[in-house]
Design a protein around this ligand. Structure first.
Ligand code: FES
Length: 190
């Protein structure tokens, strides 16, 4: 059972009012965002609530929620880091940034650190290709030019805000940066 704050209810009404009364389903993305901001992720009851508010079949709402990767259809950590790995970013270090994040956090894409602080996902182009590599924090904060140092700073800042002393999630898996460098060297030799 999803309970929304008064602020969210008002925000939903404000967005619905942007469209003709018989086309309020046009507000589905905005309403999903507002509900997700309250609940963290969109479970079946959240989808059902949005469907009820907009007079839509739940499956139609579910289709929207699963199409766009800013909607969380599974539980996530406190911070969802969406790293753009589309081609323009990849050519400018997007893959390196993603691998470094994986190694620092000790998780793969679509995984959450055991402490529940970070979830790492692949993002689609965010329209900030010139600032690559880029990542979005919780769909809202854009982080650009992600060198390893900037990633370290970002993780430290986010961890501190959660009361996590240190990003002590270093992986015991094969170091992916090493893996990446070896792959690159093989490519250079080819
Ligand atoms: S390709 Fe990454 S922001 Fe455009």
């Amino acid at each position: 059972m999803v309970e929304l704050s008064e602020k969210s209810v008002q925000e939903i009404h404000r967005n619905i009012a942007k469209y003709p009364a018989d086309q309020k389903q046009a507000a589905v993305m905005a309403v999903l965002t507002i509900v997700q901001d309250e609940t963290g992720w969109l479970d079946a009851s959240a989808i059902a609530l949005v469907a009820q508010i907009l007079d839509m079949p739940p499956i139609a709402v579910q289709e929207v929620a699963t199409f766009y990767n800013m909607y969380n259809t599974k539980p996530i950590g406190a911070f969802k880091l969406s790293v753009c790995t589309n081609l323009p970013c990849e050519l400018s270090g997007g893959l390196r940034a993603a691998l470094y994040l994986k190694e620092k956090l000790g998780i793969d894409f679509n995984e959450t650190t055991p402490c529940g602080t970070f979830t790492l996902v692949e993002g689609e182009c965010m329209g900030a290709c010139a600032d690559a590599p880029v990542a979005l924090v919780n769909n809202k904060r854009m982080c650009s030019w992600l060198s390893n140092d900037r990633i370290d700073q970002l993780l430290a800042e986010l961890s501190a805000s959660q009361g996590v002393n240190q990003v002590a999630h270093t992986s015991e898996k094969t170091p992916v940066i090493q893996e990446f460098n070896e792959t690159k060297e093989m490519g250079n030799r080819a």
